[in-house]
Structure formats: structure tokens, C-alpha cells
Write a new protein. Structure first.
Length: 412
């Protein structure tokens, strides 16, 4: 059984690596094409149907790029599609959600002080929220409101803030932020899969058949692409937030999320305006800084982080407390780890427990048994730089404790 924990940790690492790589590819191509689109210049010599052109230099060569707002007069011989980056990012992200949050629902997904539900119910709520989010968003875009650019953006912002609050009423703070990122990323990827690419295929089919493509398909795709443009940076923030309890582990986490969406708008507005050669609005960076300072303040308003409240010890974790090796393992944890992983850390320079992990009570140690085993038992990741001088013998104690609890028949 303990071999399973190691293999699962490597699986999570591999899927996370894949997700990061595909996300870089998707975000990189998205940012490039937004910048390219905004930098296009209209010139009189352009061929019929061309909207604008741009010259670029990279890698020792020059590139001459022209954009057709609807489509060229005939189908090009070679056409490169940019879609797999989006699909692979979402699929790998959902796989990571399954590996980390669904398989470890009792620890990472469910906070029984927030909503006392079973693992299947929590997972069902997670999946349903992602699907429902896309359906509501798509209906809003296709409604009469969809013709009002700023009105639609305002309604979508209110919906995102409502989801931020809703997730904090269902899941742990960490899972709430992660799901808000997944919720937004699902909308973005579905925009590509359900709207942008199908519309482009209709245009291609019209070209092949010798028909004149309808301009509405380009307009719709551009609208969804604009939404993706402004949602990208908040998604990155939420995906990284699980490493920073000061973001998700406070009583005001949903307000912090609301401000993060606004920061995404102010930052992207600067880049979009600059790429469009309409100036450099420095006020956007001032606004972003003010928002970030407000977030920092909100994260520390409570004297102690409320964080992910201590839930009742799951039945699956009881075995780590009742195990015969627990007293010895507890001594190691309290002597080598709890000076930082405490409600009030005593280690100089540490003012909050790293990643919100506290290891003072029996229940806290039991809930984090797997992390202790992997990071301080089977590896030397913790303590960082072995600053507390944990000995090889003490690491063996932690290893024996975990392995005897999950596979007692192998350690007797």
C-alpha cells in the first residue's frame, strides 16, 4: 500500500508537468495572436478581404503576416489549426483534479465544517458546477445581452464573483480557489471546442464549396476569444494559489477572488492597449498595485488565518493515530516540524504555518500523514535544508509509522 502512495505521487507530478507544459503552449499562442491581432496595420495594397498586416522579426528571419477578417477568396493549400493546446490543457487539468482532489477528497476537497457531504457527493458537485458554468455562460453569450459587449462582461463578472462565494460555501478554501480556476478554464476551453473551432470549420466548408462565408461566425469567435483573453491571468493565479494559504485560507477569500478577476482586466488592458499602439496606460499598473495591496490586507485582517477549518478526523485517518508507531512519530513531528507548522510558529521569519499546514494536534498529524511520509520520511524535502537536524533514524520512524498503518501485514 505504501508503494501505491509513492507511485501516486509520481503520477500527480507527471500529470502536473503535462498540465503546465500544455498550459504554456495554449497561453503562449493565445497571447501571441492577441498581440498580433491588435498590432495589425491597414494598408492600401492589401488583397481583397484582408483586414490588416504586420511585419515581424524573430530567430534571424522576417515574417509577413496578413489577416482576413472573414476568409480569403479561396481555400489555402496548408492551414494550421490552433486547438490542441487548449484541449490538452483542459484534459490534463481535469486529470490532475481527479488525481489530487477527487482521490484525496477527504483531505483536499471536503471541509465538514463548511458542508458535511460524502466523497461521491462532493465530486458530483464539483463536476456539475463545471458543466453548469459553461451552460449558463453560453446562454448569456447567445442571449440579446450578448450583443452588448460591456453589459455582458459586467454580468459575467457578477456571475464569477457569485461562483467564488458559492465554492467557499461547499469546499475547502484551497479547493474553492482551484475550482474557480477550473470553472473559468472550462469556459475558456469550451469556447475553443464548442464555438471558435466549429465556426472556423463552417467558414472552411463554405470556402471549399465556393460559397461566401457569413461574417457572423468571425464576430462570434472574436467575442469568445476576447473573453478568454481577459480570463487567462486570473486562471493562472487560482491554479497557483494552492501554494499560498494567505490567498485561499482567509475569511475573505471570495472577495480576494473577486479582486483577482479585476487585476486580470487591468493587466491585460495595459498589454492590449500597448499592442494596439494606443499608448501605455500606466494607470492600469497603479490600479493593479492598489488591488493587490487590498488583497494583502484582506488576507491578514483576521488575527489568525481562518484557513481550512479543522474538520473531524476522517475514519481513514484514525489508523494513523491508533497505530503503535504513532507516539514515536508524533515526537519526531513535534520536535522537528511543529516549530513552523503551528498556529503561531516560533521559527524566526515564519509568521504563518507554511501552506496552512499545522502539525500540533494528533488529528492534524494524522490528516497529513501521507505528506509527512513522502516529504520527511521517504524523501528529504522537509525540513527545508534539514534546518531542524532531523536524523536518518527519525526519518525511519516516520516511514515505519506510515507503512505499518497502511500495510500492517507487511510490517509485522
Amino acid at each position: 500500500m505504501y508503494e501505491y502512495a509513492i507511485a501516486w505521487e509520481w503520477l500527480a507530478f507527471a500529470v502536473r508537468w503535462l498540465h503546465v507544459v500544455t498550459a504554456i503552449a495554449w497561453i503562449g499562442s493565445s497571447f501571441y495572436f492577441i498581440a498580433l491581432d491588435l498590432g495589425l496595420v491597414k494598408r492600401p495594397h492589401l488583397p481583397p478581404g484582408a483586414y490588416g498586416e504586420e511585419w515581424q522579426v524573430h530567430g534571424g528571419g522576417f515574417y509577413h503576416i496578413q489577416k482576413y477578417l472573414v476568409a480569403p477568396a479561396s481555400m489555402p493549400e496548408h492551414l494550421t489549426w490552433f486547438k490542441w493546446e487548449s484541449y490538452a490543457t483542459w484534459l490534463s487539468g481535469f486529470a490532475l483534479l481527479c488525481v489530487v482532489y477527487y482521490s484525496g477528497a477527504d483531505l483536499f476537497l471536503i471541509d465538514r465544517h463548511v458542508l458535511d457531504v460524502s466523497q461521491p457527493v462532493a465530486i458530483a458537485l464539483s463536476i456539475a458546477s463545471l458543466a453548469l458554468g459553461w451552460i449558463v455562460y453560453d446562454l448569456l453569450c447567445k442571449s440579446p445581452l450578448g450583443k452588448n459587449l460591456w453589459g455582458l462582461m459586467l454580468v459575467l463578472y457578477v456571475a464569477l464573483v457569485a461562483m467564488a462565494w458559492g465554492y467557499t460555501q461547499i469546499f475547502t478554501g484551497r479547493a474553492a480557489f482551484l475550482h474557480l480556476g477550473a470553472f473559468t478554464a472550462t469556459i475558456m476551453s469550451a469556447n475553443v471546442f464548442m464555438i471558435i473551432i466549429p465556426n472556423q470549420k463552417i467558414v472552411v466548408a463554405d470556402l471549399i464549396a465556393g460559397r461566401t462565408p457569413d461574417p457572423k461566425y468571425g464576430f462570434i469567435a472574436k467575442q469568445r476569444s476576447l473573453h478568454n483573453n481577459y480570463l487567462t491571468l486570473p486562471v493562472i493565479f487560482f491554479m497557483l494559489s494552492n501554494h499560498y494559504p494567505l490567498a485561499f485560507g482567509t475569511a475573505f477569500n471570495w472577495i480576494i477572488a473577486a479582486l483577482v478577476f479585476l487585476m486580470g482586466v487591468t493587466i491585460r488592458h495595459w498589454f492590449n492597449t500597448t499592442h494596439a499602439r494606443k499608448g501605455r496606460p500606466t494607470w492600469t499598473w497603479i490600479a493593479t498595485l492598489v488591488l493587490f495591496i487590498l488583497i494583502m490586507w484582506l488576507s491578514t485582517v483576521p488575527k489568525v488565518l481562518t484557513g481550512e477549518k479543522q474538520a473531524a478526523l476522517p475514519a481513514m485517518s484514525q489508523k494513523f493515530v491508533t497505530n503503535a508507531h504513532f507516539p514515536a512519530a508524533k515526537d519526531v513531528v513535534q520536535s522537528r516540524c511543529s516549530m513552523c507548522h503551528a498556529a503561531e510558529p516560533v521559527w524566526e521569519g515564519i509568521v504563518r504555518p507554511p501552506k496552512g499546514v499545522k502539525l500540533e494536534e494528533d488529528a492534524e498529524i494524522a490528516i497529513h500523514a501521507r505528506e509527512i511520509y513522502l516529504q520527511a520520511g521517504r524523501s528529504h524535502a522537509m525540513p527545508p535544508g534539514n534546518v531542524t537536524d532531523i536524523t536518518p533514524r527519525e526519518r525511519q520512524v516516520l516511514t515505519a509509522w506510515f507503512e505499518s498503518a497502511v500495510s500492517p501485514e507487511k510490517t509485522q
